[in-house]
Design a protein around this ligand. Structure first.
Ligand code: UDP
Length: 384
């Protein structure tokens, strides 16, 4: 297939990301598979990105994530400068068949603002679509710009105008799913894990309370705001409390963290993360928001660990209740489900991941969407 895609990963972090970086991880997972399928990829990112691609575009020498701590009037030029670089590149060449954009709000608005001679664009919505109602509720992609979601439930709750631009959803994937059904089992421990940013929507406070009530060991892994290690948070002192996730941690989670039954270990990465999840009796997602995509959910399946979760957001699409996990609408029931999760067959979880959540499955689906977006754009040009 001869298709050249400009993959716009944005200016915030390098690809792959040095640590936590949801969107950059998706791009790092997707691009190698697209290239295996014969797609040429031009990556728009920052200079420190090391992902092998066919060509690169960058405006900034390195990731600008740190700038997001600054006030709006000092930071609003960052994403704009990056997008301006992308627009200049698109004007200077005619070999880009499609832009696959991942930059929240400004990527979509910029693509939509380009003229009819610009390439078609697919903008993937990685986030909660209740955000940006004025943009999403009035979107006009001019027939050239379409959106995709990361789950059906995410798109089902989107404003009508956004839904009208949608070509569907592509579930998130994980490299851990490749061959997951053939990987040997590892010994399970007693612990339960909650893997994710510590934040009210992810519900670590509820998980920690249930752990103490029901009596299961719980490991909380993930950053609190910008702090990745307990000692960094402690060293930051009271100033850290300006961050709402830090306040949430101190007020609602930390009172349950006793360092024994309930532990916060900070961000875990690489083999340490995989061992922690693979050795857990269950991964718990005590969600208080409509989880849009759930990378940690599919990673847990790939590592052979059943998922116990509130039946919110994408969870019912990713998890089959009674086979790969246990779901409930009742928060208080989650504790009992954690105890029951040991009865589920971990091989079912691995098989599910190896079938549905590999990077190859994700890339094939995106290629279908690229073709669909190009067909729709060509048709709208003919009608114009
Ligand atoms: N993660 C990690 N270490 C941690 C906590 C989380 O590597 O200590 C990773 C996790 O494995 C997943 C990502 O961060 O790949 C979180 O993505 P998810 O879609 O679950 O949540 P988001 O933060 O994007 O809402």
């Amino acid at each position: 297939m001869s298709l050249t895609v400009l993959m716009n990963a944005g200016p915030w972090l390098s690809v792959p990301p040095p640590g936590y970086g949801g969107i950059e991880n998706v791009v790092a997972t997707l691009v190698p598979e697209l290239r295996r399928l014969g797609v040429r990829v031009v990556l728009a990112s920052v200079e420190t990105s090391t992902l092998p691609v066919d060509e690169r575009i960058s405006v900034f020498p390195d990731g600008q994530f740190h700038a997001l701590q600054r006030p709006y009037n000092q930071v609003c030029g960052v994403a704009q400068a990056h997008l301006h670089g992308v627009v200049r590149a698109l004007r200077a060449r005619d070999d880009i068949d499609l832009v696959h954009d991942h930059v929240e709000a400004v990527g979509l608005a910029t693509m939509a603002a380009m003229g009819r001679d610009a390439p078609p664009a697919l903008h993937t919505l990685h986030w909660d679509l209740a955000k940006h109602p004025e943009l999403y509720g009035n979107l006009d992609g001019g027939g050239r710009v379409r959106v995709s979601g990361v789950s059906a439930s995410q798109l089902a709750r989107a404003p009508r105008a956004l839904q009208e631009h949608s070509v569907g959803h592509v579930h998130l994937s994980t490299p851990l799913a490749v061959g997951a059904d053939r990987r040997p089992r590892v010994a399970k421990g007693e612990h339960v894990v909650i893997l994710g940013r510590i934040n009210p929507g992810k519900g670590q406070d509820l998980g920690a309370r249930l752990a103490r009530r029901v009596g299961f060991p719980l490991v909380l892994a993930g950053p609190v705001g910008p702090y990745h290690r307990p000692e960094d948070l402690a060293a930051a002192g009271d100033e850290a409390r300006q961050n709402p996730d830090v306040r949430f941690f101190y007020e609602h989670v930390a009172p349950h963290v006793d360092g024994d039954l309930v532990r916060w270990v900070g961000t875990v990465a690489g083999a340490e993360r995989d061992d922690l999840v693979a050795g857990a009796r269950a991964s718990l997602f005590p969600l208080r928001w409509e989880e849009p995509g759930g990378t940690a959910v599919v990673e847990s399946l790939a590592l052979g660990t059943p998922v116990v979760a509130t039946a919110r957001g994408c969870l019912p699409e990713l998890i089959e209740h009674g086979r790969t996990g246990l779901l409930t609408a009742d928060e208080e029931e989650l504790g009992d489900l954690v105890l029951a999760a040991g009865l589920l067959d971990e091989d079912e979880c691995r098989r599910e991941a190896a079938t549905r959540f590999t990077p190859e499955v994700m890339a094939q689906r995106y290629v279908e969407l690229y073709q669909q977006v190009r067909r729709l754009a060509a048709r709208s040009l003919q009608l114009a």
